[in-house]
Design a protein around this ligand. Sequence first.
Ligand code: UDP
Ligand code: MG
Length: 333
Amino acid sequence: MSISGAMPMAPELSIVIPVYNEADNLDALIARLVPILERVVSSHEIIFVDDGSSDRSMEKLREIHALDHRCRAVSFSRNFGKEIAIAAGLDHARGRATIIMDADLQHPPEMIETFVARWREGYKNVYGVRIDRNADSALRRMLTRRFYQIFEQFGETGLPDGAGDFRLLDRQAVEALKSMGERARFSKGLYAWIGFKSIGVPFDVAERHAGVSKFSYRTLTRFALDGLMSFSTLPLKVWTYVGTFISFCSLLAAIYYIAQTVTFGVDVPGYASLIVSIMFFAGVQLMSLGIIGEYIGRIFAEVKRRPLYLVAERLEDDAAVQPTDPTRAPARV
Ligand code: UDP
Ligand code: MG
């Protein structure tokens, strides 16, 4: 790629860090991260994406930026969610490779050395595989595992087991991700979909440095639905088969009742079976309508073509280039 021509200041490595109310973690993160970066790569930049934090995160980022211009920041006008924050970080990253990591030190910065070593061996998509999610509750671990099993069965793209957002992406992979303009972003699916020479590197998930997880079961459920629906059309198609099967059963039932009437005459009772079948069919129809509604809702969100995110403030260095257009016009795709 002719990236070096287009961007003479391109550092070797960019780090993208989504930040949502992480003021108490940022100093500790920088203190651990920068010495490792200085040892492992020739040049680097750190891009913090402030996802509409309401605490002192942005002030902290201003202090960090004033001390070290290699630390840049993009601040959203409101909370857009981690997936979109990552997309914005990739839009702003200029490095020949980019690492995505959390701000809460659950992703150990020491792994960067291994990631970069694999990248130098020629891998373009080096992903961290969490050895154990002990840091999360047992219920969340169980539900996460279940989700991956369902995704494995129904999704049209396979997901490597235990792979998450902590990963290194080569410039080529970053450009591929940037070309995908979808709003319902399920990054774990997108990373797998783009392909490229990939390798998993196991790592231990650390405890959160400060604060609590930003993901409730409600947001995780929403996220799981987004993931399944953007990578599988099976929930839409399955209704054809269910419908056919039910129609076939009702045909058999009709034959049975006709035969019964012809043989034994008209039988007055029968309300129970009528009511049951009406309720059953109404239920099936509502359910299939609901599934179609879920997809149409997503289509609606995509066709509105709203910008993926709105930037309220940027902390840039002198060589800052304007990021690619966040509205993601169709011409780019
Ligand atoms: N995050 C974000 N926007 C959100 C929620 C979270 O940018 O709406 C960031 C958060 O600051 C952290 C990362 O995403 O850097 C992971 O969040 P968290 O630690 O809460 O999630 P968990 O580790 O429980 O999956
Ligand atoms: Mg965390």
